[in-house]
Design a protein around this ligand. Structure first.
Ligand SMILES: [Zn+2]
Ligand SMILES: [Zn+2]
Length: 360
């Protein structure tokens, strides 16, 4: 594909205000220095997109803004210096036009204290695709070349798109420092929690448990190898976890909801000296009782997005040890994005919602 064949304008789903997303015709992005332009093939809908759409938990956001940050696409244009390594050395050769990539949506500055120490996902100057910078719910999106990772042929488009959420699950496991044979609980069986649970299984946790209200999501988790699931609506999850762990609680708990009640459950279900990973982004301040946390010397650690887990996620998907595709039903047409966003918020029985760009 040469540049001259690309249109000068494109369709983009843009957010104009809280809850207001519209399909508009805009200029096609041109690649800046060190950037590539990607033609999205499939895009994902995730909780972060809902926080963006409804303006919850992320502070003031720029408008209008093209939404979307989970994408598998094809490189269609290279900007000047797109073959440069960026702030970190790249594995393998520079990207070429026509290659299929997944994009790491965290866009760190590459220069600050944290970036220079290899922690780009906590960069205080970061931008993020579809949050502070135009994302991929569009016919084209420009991204820094060093944030795009080439996909092998053995990883299909939808699985490729799901490398991102898989990498976020791996980051939770890394933050937990889980060891083979340890017991683990995940709170929240949406796509993020589901992948955290799959990653815990792959990491060798001896017993993986899940708390999730939706029967469909619990069944999905069991198909993926989760050993025990409960509904927090009908079960005392902390008591059930203690029953299966000799009264101790789980070695590792990963919280993927971010509400006060679930954060408290996560702390309570963590055994003394165990690790509780907080991954759910709260919409408002969360107040918790920390008494047992102090008495039990429990470790609490946050987990934000991912850093350095993309290659591992790709390898684990290519080998079949992680199966994020289990979460996806039929992709929806690009034109139906608003209904996908609404369903991602309201339909707790659904897995991961994916939009296919090929309809127009
Ligand atoms: Zn996401
Ligand atoms: Zn930085």
């Amino acid at each position: 594909v040469s540049v001259t064949q690309l249109p000068s304008t494109m369709r983009a789903w843009r957010r104009f205000a809280a809850g207001d997303v519209r399909l508009v015709e805009v200029e096609r992005p041109r690649p800046g220095a060190g950037e590539v332009v990607i033609r999205p093939l499939v895009s994902g809908v995730c909780g972060t997109d809902l926080h963006v759409l409804h303006g919850e938990g992320l502070g003031e956001l720029p408008v209008p803004l093209t939404m979307g940050h989970e994408v598998c696409g094809e490189v269609v244009e290279l900007g000047p210096g797109a073959d440069a390594p960026g702030p970190y050395p790249r594995h393998g050769s520079a990207l070429r036009v026509g290659e299929r990539v997944v994009v790491e949506p965290v866009l760190p500055c590459g220069n600050c204290y944290f970036c220079r120490r290899g922690h780009p996902n906590v960069c205080p100057n970061m931008s993020h695709l579809g949050v502070w910078r135009d994302g991929n719910y569009a016919d084209f999106v420009a991204v820094p070349a060093w944030r795009a990772t080439r996909l092998p042929d053995s990883v299909d488009d939808v699985s490729g798109l799901l490398v991102e959420v898989t990498a976020c699950g791996l980051n939770c496991v890394d933050q937990a420092g889980v060891k083979p044979g340890e017991t683990a609980l995940v709170i929240g069986g949406g796509p993020m929690g589901h992948m955290a649970a799959q990653c815990l299984v792959a990491a060798g946790a001896g017993l993986v448990m899940l708390s999730e209200p939706s029967r469909e999501r619990r069944a999905l988790a069991q198909r993926a190898g989760v050993n025990a699931t409960w509904s927090p609506e009908t079960d005392d999850v902390v008591a059930r976890v203690r029953e299966l762990t000799s009264g101790l609680g789980a070695d590792v708990v990963v919280e993927c909801v971010g509400r006060p009640v679930t954060v408290q459950q996560a702390l309570d279900a963590t055994r003394r000296r165990g690790t509780c990973v907080l991954n759910g982004l709260p919409s408002a301040a969360v107040t918790v009782d920390i008494t047992e946390l102090v008495f039990g010397e429990k470790r609490v650690v946050g987990s934000l997005a991912s850093a350095w887990q993309f290659e591992r996620a790709i390898d684990l998907i290519a080998s079949g040890r992680l199966r994020p595709r289990l979460m996806v039903d039929t992709p929806r047409p690009f034109a139906e994005l608003p209904s996908a966003l609404a369903d991602a918020r309201d339909r707790r029985d659904l897995g991961k919602l994916v939009v296919a760009h090929a309809d127009g």
